[in-house]
Each structure stands twice: as C-alpha cells, then as structure tokens.
Ligand binder design. Structure first.
Ligand code: MCA
Ligand code: AMP
Length: 496
C-alpha cells in the first residue's frame, strides 16, 4: 500500500498560510484544526471509506479545513459552487450520493429543504470539529479523493473523480514547472469548485508553504489596493480577469493605474489560463505592466497539461509544451498519432495527473479514453515545438469567462419555459467573456418573450454565469436534412 504524503501542505509552522480579511492563520493552526475536523467527521468510525462529503463554502479557513479534513479521514471531498441554483445542487448531491453537506451558517436556511428531501445531514464546520484529535486512517494513494462537476456535451454535468495520487501529480508538476516557493504570496479570488482555484492556486500555495490571500469574489478595488502595496509576487487568472482589470484602468486616475501596473511589474509571474488568451490581450498586458503572461492549458479531468515555460520564451497565442510527467500526443480522426508539425489533431493525455472516472458513469468514462489516452476534445497544432489550441471538436461546449458550459444543459432548462417552443444555444465571440452565451428561440404561437423576463426566469434555475447574454427570436431554427440544428449557421446569423 502506498501512502499519500500527508499533509498536502507544510504543517506545523508558525508561518501564515491563509489571510482572510483581517484574520491570519498559520500552518500549524490550520493543521490542528484539520485534525479536529477529521476526528469529528469520523466520529466512531476508523475510516470514511470514500463517503462523499459535499461542502458549500466560500474561500475561507472553513473551506480548507473541510477539504483537508475529509481527505485525511478517507472521504471523497465534493466542493460545490456557492453560486449554484437549487436545481443544480439537487443534481450534484444526488449524482454523487452525498450523505453529509457542510455549509456556512448563512446558507443553512436556503439548503434545509433540499437536504431534508434528499436525506442529507446539513452541518456547519463548528458542528463537526471534535474536542480532541484521534488516530487517522492510513490511506492508499490510489483511493478516490475528490469529485468536481464538469459540463460536457451531455445534458447534466458529470462528476470527475480524482485520486490522492492524481491530486499529488497535479500539484507537484506545477511546483516544479512554475518554481513555487514558500516566499510566494498569491491572491485567490477564483471560485473553489474548479481546478484553477483548488489546485493551481490554493493547493500549490499550501504545498509550497506560501501565503494565500482569500477573497470571496473578484473584488477589483480591494485586490488592486494590495497589488499597489506590493503584497503579491504571483497572480493567476482567467483571460476575462485581465480584460476586466484593463477596463477598470479606464475608470480610474492615471496615477492609480501607474501604481497598480507597477505592482504587477514587480511580480515574478502572471499566469493566464482556463480559456484562450487573445494575442491582443497578451500584448496589452505586456505594454501596461511589462509582464509576459505565461499561458497554460488544462482541464478538469487532467489538471494542467501543457504550459509555456517559466524560464524561456512565452509565446503569445500558444500554450507551450507538456508539463513534467504529462504525456501529450495529437491524433487525427482515425486515431492515428500526428507526427508532422503544423497538422492539427485532438489533444490526448496520459499520466498520473489524469482523473480516475466519471462517478457512476462507466460508459462515459470508457468512451473518453482510447488506448489509455484521455481524449480532451480540444484540437491543437504544434508549431516550432509549441502547442497552439485551435478550438474544440464540439460546438456544444461554451467557454464563458473561464467557465465551461454545456449548451445542451442550458437548452434543456430553457425548453421548460412556457413560451419557448424550440431553442438552440451557442457561444458567440465576445471581447470580455471570450464567448457569450446566446439563445436562439422559436416562441410558441400567441406567446411573447422579452430578454429581461427570461433573465429573471433563469435566475432561479441556473448559475448566473450560464444565463444567456443575448436572446434572438427566430421564426425557425436552421436544420440539416436529418432535422439536426446546424449551429454554425446561427453564428452566421449573428454576424450578418
Ligand atoms: C460573471 N458573470 C458572467 C460570468 N461571471 N457571465 C458570463 N460568464 C461568466 N464567467 C455575470 C454575472 O452573472 C453578472 O451578470 C455579472 O457578470 C457580474 O457578476 P460578478 O460575479 O460580479 O462578476 P465577476 O466577479 O466580474 O466575475 C467574472 C469572473 C468569474 C471573475 C471572471 O466569471 C470567474 O471567476 N471566472 C473564472 C471561473 C474559473 O475559475 N474557471 C476555471 C474553470 P448580471 O450583471 O447580468 O447579473 S476551468 C479549469 O479549472 C481548468 C482546469 C483550467 O484550465 O483552468
Ligand atoms: P474545464 O473542463 O472547465 O476544466 O475546462 C477545460 C477546457 O478549457 C479545456 O478543455 C479547453 O477547452 C479550455 N482551456 C483551458 N485552458 C485553455 C487555454 N489556455 N487556451 C484555450 N482553451 C483552454
């Protein structure tokens, strides 16, 4: 049995690991709190044996306590999106067969009914913490550790399961490639139900003994203030955040812009990922801050796969080379490896960084692998040794502000609207969001539908970032001879 290298961070030190508003928490304080959480969640048991413990917590000491506490007690951590609509949560909790949900006290009223109906015990961290630590189980590294939900080309999000070994590999490759150290200080404002926030920032930070500043959201003035003070030396974000910072610079005085840009200039590293970074944005950021953005490529199922070099040329519009320990190969449509440069193919990945399975969905798991390679669905070329992402094989996946959204999932919800007869959702190129969710709708005879009323209606049924940015009412959807909607034609309609 191979044990996992617990703790997943530098414990027992007096150094500050987390900053949460005015509160600072040291590694040793957090380590002790995690042990009390593990003891409490175990109760009389010796091992949670992969029980699914979900949590609905913003970035906080409680989040870190719960995540690591579940890991140490042998459970599967299921971090949920605190912006989810209740119907989405119902799916996550049911799909993962969750037994206990840890939530901040402020969310208990809104979660009570759902938990009762699903027979899930609703707790806060304070309810769980034991008074004394207890012996914790030895855990094999091949055991399941975490489940994250990802949108795919199917209607409902799937639970991506990673093992302790997967998480270990996803963290350590970045520690090496991006030269993380205990001297690093990084702000964390990304959501904590995705790899970018969980692994790239929080887990790498805690692993290396760095300091992570927690923000419950991307609060530009608050974060900018710290940047001018020179608090951070590393910054990681999705392209939309760099766009929003540049938009913010247009609303404030020149002096202030200069100070913020000087703060960025002094950092050792600025990273962009989760969606394509436009070359124009790369150039603008360089011009403003002197920082050459390091763009990398990743996916929920693999963590990070490809990265521009920390030392060496970072190329605009390219994502670089495979990370240490990650095997990466392009394949053509007949599953033949592509050997020649400049020929495009699907990115397929092998390595310890690759997830174990889609929870309870053997069919989806099997069909996402071919000959041991995980098929990403992303298409790339290699040019002069650098991978460049060309797009995706599915039009039903939309990337908005770094979030991967399923057009089919959004269509499924919109079709339940009483005025909607037919609907097709696509992502339309957008300067801020990368792609903006756009709904083409045929309304039922005698009905009316305004964008504002649709937006309000969607508010109760989907996370805010999935709500269409635009509604286009059409007489009929373009379809091919088989009756299937031809989505590329919808894009042409918009550009006319
Ligand atoms: C917010 N809004 C959005 C989005 N975010 N609309 C479309 N797409 C979005 N991503 C809308 C809200 O619904 C609201 O609409 C308005 O914008 C303002 O909301 P607010 O929350 O204040 O916006 P924000 O704080 O500026 O959020 C923008 C954001 C956020 C910070 C860029 O979207 C974000 O955190 N994105 C990153 C997601 C992420 O971490 N992805 C990584 C997954 P209205 O005003 O109409 O009400 S990918 C991953 O993990 C892989 C492995 C990888 O490669 O990294
Ligand atoms: P997710 O499954 O939410 O983790 O999103 C992963 C997807 O984001 C990948 O399959 C890509 O389509 C996209 N992605 C991540 N990083 C990049 C990047 N640097 N350039 C283009 N697309 C990216």
């Amino acid at each position: 049995m191979s044990e996992i290298p617990f703790p997943f961070f530098r414990g027992n030190s007096k150094k500050v690991a987390l900053v949460e508003d005015a509160n600072k928490h040291t590694y040793s304080e957090i380590n002790n709190r995690i042990n009390l959480f593990s003891a409490g969640i175990l109760g009389d048991r010796e091992d949670l044996n992969e029980e699914r413990i979900a949590f609905f917590l913003p970035a906080s000491l409680d989040y870190v306590t719960t995540m690591h506490g579940v890991w140490r007690a042998g459970g599967i951590a299921v971090p949920l999106n605190v912006a989810s609509a209740v119907s989405e949560l119902d799916h996550y909790l049911t799909c993962a067969n969750v037994t206990r949900l840890i939530a901040g006290a402020q969310y208990h009223d809104s979660l009570k009914e759902l938990c009762n109906s699903l027979e899930i015990e609703l707790l806060s961290v304070g309810d769980v913490l034991a008074e004394e630590p207890q012996e914790l189980p030895l855990i094999d590294s091949e055991r399941r550790a975490m489940m994250l939900f990802t949108s795919g080309t199917t209607n409902k999000p799937k639970g991506v399961v990673s093992t302790h070994k997967t998480i270990y590999a996803q963290i350590t490759t970045l520690i090496t490639a991006w030269e993380w150290s205990e001297n690093d200080v990084i702000p964390l404002f990304l959501p904590l139900h995705h790899i970018h926030g969980i692994i790239n920032i929080l887990s790498c930070g805690l692993w290396s003994g760095a300091t992570v500043h927690l923000f419950s959201k991307f609060d530009i003035p608050k974060i900018s203030e710290q940047i001018t003070l020179g608090t951070y030396n590393v910054f990681m974000a999705v392209p939309t955040i760099y766009v929003k910072l540049i938009q913010y610079f247009e609303t404030i005085g020149e002096d202030e812009v200069e100070k913020i840009c000087a703060g960025f200039k002094a950092m050792r590293l600025n990273i962009s990922g989760s969606a394509a970074c436009p070359v124009k944005l790369f150039e603008q950021w360089k011009e403003l801050t002197g920082q050459i953005l390091l763009e990398r490529y990743g996916m929920t199922e693999i963590g990070m796969g490809i990265s521009n070099p920390y030392n060496g040329e970072r190329r605009a519009g390219a994502v670089g080379q495979p990370l240490p320990g990650v095997e990466c190969q392009l394949f053509d449509e007949s599953d033949n490896p592509i050997e020649r440069e400049s020929e495009s193919g699907e990115i397929r990945i092998k390595g310890d960084n690759v997830f174990l399975e889609y929870w309870g969905n053997k069919e989806a798991t099997e069909s996402s692998f071919r000959d041991g390679w995980f098929c990403t669905g992303d298409v790339a070329v290699i040019e002069d040794g650098y991978f460049r992402i060309m797009g995706r094989s599915s039009v039903d996946i939309i990337k908005s502000g770094g979030y991967k959204l399923s057009a089919l999932e959004i269509e499924g919800v919109l079709l339940t609207h009483e005025s909607i007869a037919e609907v097709a959702v696509i992502g339309v190129e957008d300067d801020t969001w990368g792609e903006a969710v756009t709904a083409f709708v045929v309304i039922k005879d005698g009905s009316e539908l305004s964008y504002d009323s649709l937006k309000i209606w969607c508010g109760d049924r989907m996370s805010p970032y999935k709500i269409p940015k635009k509604l286009v009412i059409v007489d009929a959807l373009p379809r091919n001879a088989m009756g299937k909607v031809t989505k590329p034609k919808l894009n042409q309609l918009i550009s006319q």
